[in-house]
Design a protein around this ligand. Structure first.
Ligand SMILES: Nc1ncnc2c1ncn2[C@@H]1O[C@H](COP(=O)(O)OP(=O)(O)OP(=O)(O)O)[C@@H](O)[C@H]1O
Length: 234
């Protein structure tokens, strides 16, 4: 699905140069659920931004489905970003003035060729998947943190992405709500085959995924299959 080869990311400001990622080599096959852990500032968000084609590496090659992104035309890259990748963030990034349904429909407004009725149908299906069919007319401020995160996941799902990039999706939630979100992600991975890369500070959540990559100072320090994944019931 996505491969990173010798990725280097250097942030250069007037006074300081920060090496955020150094010599990162990774292959994420289709259908895998991977978690990424490491201390604050070790480059996790930078890694997700590069995988999500939101940022470019200073050096190295990003391949999508075996083809370096430099060989895709800009239009194709925008297409991949919009249609193959869904993003979920720790702080939800919902628009408070829009209803739950309107928030979920938002990504499709930028996609031509989807009719209003189809968009509505896809949004309702996505909300059903995250168990929020009864909250379509609510506004984000009327929801709990876990419900807001479920809206954010539905918004990521409406584009039917092959890859979900989640940056600390349970970071703002208590353990019960965190478990709920984790179960939704596990179901998406196992039932729909969605590839998921999740940054987390929570060792318990990470152990529920299939593979755990640990970073330190911009470099991978370990990359291993977890043991629990195969035995869990979702
Ligand atoms: N736009 C930027 N300009 C300069 N330096 C940056 C920029 N973004 C990130 N950095 C630096 O790059 C390094 C990696 O940052 P990154 O946000 O990827 O870390 P992280 O592991 O996600 O941290 P956290 O867990 O605290 O979110 C840090 O030292 C950070 O200060």
């Amino acid at each position: 699905m996505i491969t990173l080869k010798n990725i280097e990311k250097v942030y250069q400001t007037k006074t300081i140069e920060t090496v955020a990622l150094h010599n990162v080599n990774l292959h994420i096959p289709k259908g895998e659920f991977v978690s990424v852990m490491g201390p604050s500032g070790c480059g996790k968000s930078t890694l997700l931004n590069i995988m999500g084609l939101l940022d470019e590496p200073t050096n190295g090659i990003v391949e999508i489905d075996g083809k370096p992104i430099s060989r895709y035309r800009d239009k194709e890259l925008a297409h991949i970003r919009n249609q193959k990748i869904g993003f979920v963030f720790q702080s939800y990034h919902l628009i408070n003035d829009l209803s739950v349904l309107d928030n979920v429909e938002l990504p499709l407004l930028y996609r031509s060729g989807t009719s209003a009725s189809e968009t509505r149908h896809l949004a309702l299906t996505a909300l059903e998947k995250v168990g929020l069919s009864a909250r379509t007319k609510h506004y984000p401020t009327q929801l709990s943190g876990g419900q807001r995160q479920r809206v954010a996941i539905a918004r990521a799902l409406i584009g039917q992405p092959e890859l979900i990039l989640a940056d600390e999706p349970t970071g703002n939630l208590d353990s019960v709500m965190g478990e709920e979100i984790m179960n939704i992600l596990l179901t998406l991975n196992r039932q729909d085959g969605t590839t998921i890369v999740m940054v987390t500070h929570d060792e318990n959540m990470a152990q529920k995924t299939e593979r755990l990559i640990r970073f330190f100072d911009g470099q991978q320090v370990s990359d291993a299959k977890t043991t629990a994944y195969d035995f869990q019931q979702v």
